[in-house]
Structures are given as C-alpha cells and as structure tokens.
Design a binder for this molecule. Structure first.
Ligand code: NAP
Length: 279
C-alpha cells in the first residue's frame, strides 16, 4: 500500500466523479496515493471491510447502498455518524474502522459557500427519506431553520426517518402529495430534494413556493439540474448538489490526511468530471 490509498466503496457507482476530485486533491497537496472505486454488492461487503481492516487502504468513502451496513460494522462512530447511524467516511487506524459522516457538514458548507444559508424560522421541507434526507434534516436543524417536515413516496419511510432522528431533532412526516404539502410549501424558507427523482416526479409546484424560498436539489447531473433551472426561471434562489459533493468529499480528505483541502483544485476537477459525463 502506498501512503494514502483510498477507496470509494459502493455498488453501481462506476460513473462517480469523486475519484477525479479526490485524486486532484491528493496531487495538489503533493501526496502519493490513489482514490479508486471498489464496487461490491451487499453480500461481498464483509470481505471488503476485512481487506480494509488489514491495511488495503488508508480509508474510504462509503456510498449507496452501504452507508448503514458500514456504520454497523465500524469499531467506533464519530459525531454525525453516531447521530444518524450512517457512515460516508471510514478511517483505518491500527486495524480498527472509525466511521464518520461528512454529508450534513458538507451541505452546511455548500449552502454557506453559495450564500444560501437558510433564514432561521420559516421552516424547511425535505423530500426523500434516505441518507441524503437525514443529512439535510441534520444540517437544517443546526441553522436552526425552524419547523422541519419530511415527505417520502412511502409515507412509512418518512415516519421511520423522523423516529430515527428523534433523539437529535424534530421532523414531522407529511404526505407525498402536492395538495397536502401546499400550505407548508407556501410557508417554508427552504425545500430540499433528497431523492433521485426529477421535477416531474416530485410533489413540488414551484409556483406555490413563497417569495424568497430557496430550492436545493442534492442531485448534480445532468446539469443544469431541472429543479434548479426551473426555480431560477421562477425567480427563486436555488442550487444543485455539486457544491455539497465537493464539501463532503473535502471534509473526508481532511479527516484522512489532516491537511487543509485544496478547494479550488478539487472544485475544478469535479466540474471537469461532471461536465465530461454529460457530453
Ligand atoms: P437513498 O438512501 O437510496 O434514498 C433515496 C430516497 O429517495 C428514498 O426515500 C427513496 O424512496 C426516494 N426515491 C427514490 N426514487 C424515487 C423516485 N423516483 N421518486 C420519489 N422518491 C424516490 O439515496 P440517498 O443517498 O439519500 O440519495 C438521494 C439523492 O441525493 C440521490 O440523487 C443522490 O445522488 C443525492 N446525493 C447527493 C449528495 C451530494 O453530495 N450532492 C450526497 C448524497 C446523496 P424509496 O425508499 O421508496 O425508494
């Protein structure tokens, strides 16, 4: 193993732009090493974690579908990983797996960088009930953005997420229908799409959003992301998930290397990777 070999552990993730971003960051800091995709199906995750434990890499990012399973397998969970029971960053230390989660802090950093930090008080609606929705709720609870609502196409999933997060924040599950969400959307200061669905599949009528509402879509391709383009055309503030991807990745980089991330070089590489994918 060279000093800083890193993995992106997931399944069906061949198109991820993260290797380009992380390898640019390693180069910019003069670190010898690599960041590569390790694609394993769920039934091979245990073997992959054993390889990680025995020194195959210095650390890893974790993505779909392994964030919860890796949290369960770690020897210790830090900070947000312990709060949400999901890991996106693993650090290997003397054969032990330390699990962290930079998703919520990544979203916070992205919103601050874009000048879109939610105004406190108006509340926020999060669409989706997976890992990204949990991170969004955590980030919004720290503003604090005001009342939080969560809607998912399976109402049960929204209810379970709210229950899971109840020790750290209060989020009310609401039905997945435009009519049911209408009153909340008129009032909310922020709406986050934390699903892989485009605008056409969401219970989101942009014309019903209140003045000054910010639309955040955690998807980052194809760009321009449809919700962000439509929100911009409707005069609303909006951003896609690219800056969050940068921030969560660079917070992982800082955790592995102890170094200040090279933000500009990593952002340029990420943009080039994402633009290259849609050509
Ligand atoms: P996840 O854990 O699989 O959760 C996805 C959620 O979206 C689930 O509630 C799922 O519902 C719902 N969903 C899936 N397909 C849907 C559809 N067609 N219509 C409505 N709801 C749907 O995934 P995740 O990790 O939370 O990721 C969600 C999105 O955020 C993805 O687009 C991902 O790329 C993005 N993301 C971005 C970043 C970033 O850094 N920018 C980081 C993490 C995630 P079911 O349970 O019913 O399937």
């Amino acid at each position: 193993m060279s000093p800083t070999d890193l993995w992106l552990l997931g399944h069906g993730i061949a198109a991820s732009p993260s290797p380009r971003m992380q390898e640019a960051a390693l180069r910019a800091r003069g670190i010898e090493g690599s960041y590569r995709i390790v694609d394993v199906p769920p039934d091979e995750l245990g073997a992959a974690l054993r390889r990680l434990r025995t020194g195959a890499a210095r650390g890893a990012n974790v993505t779909i579908p392994h964030k919860l399973a890796v949290a369960a397998a770690c020897d210790r969970l830090e900070g947000d990983a312990a709060l949400v029971g999901a890991v996106n960053t693993v650090v290997v230390e003397e054969g032990r797996l330390l699990g962290a989660n930079t998703d919520a802090a990544g979203l916070e950093g992205a919103l601050r960088a874009a000048g879109l930090w939610p105004a406190p008080g108006r509340g926020a609606v999060v669409l989706g009930a997976g890992g990204a929705a949990a991170a969004a709720l955590l980030a919004l609870s720290r503003v604090p953005a005001g009342p939080l609502w969560v809607a998912a196409r399976r109402e049960e999933a929204a209810r379970l997420l709210a229950e899971r997060l109840a020790p750290v924040l209060e989020a009310a599950p609401v039905p997945w229908e435009a009519a049911a969400l209408e009153r909340l959307l008129e009032r909310a200061g922020t709406v986050v799409n934390a699903t892989p669905s485009g605008l056409a599949g969401l219970p989101l009528r942009l014309e019903r959003l209140g003045a000054g509402c910010t639309v955040v879509d955690l998807r980052y391709r194809p760009r321009p992301v449809d919700t962000v383009a439509a929100a911009g055309a409707a005069g609303l503030r909006a951003c896609d998930g690219l800056e969050m991807l940068l921030h969560q990745g660079m917070l992982s980089f800082r955790r592995w290397t102890g170094l200040e991330p090279p933000w500009d070089e990593a952002r340029a590489a990420l943009l080039a990777a994402v633009d290259g994918m849609i050509r």
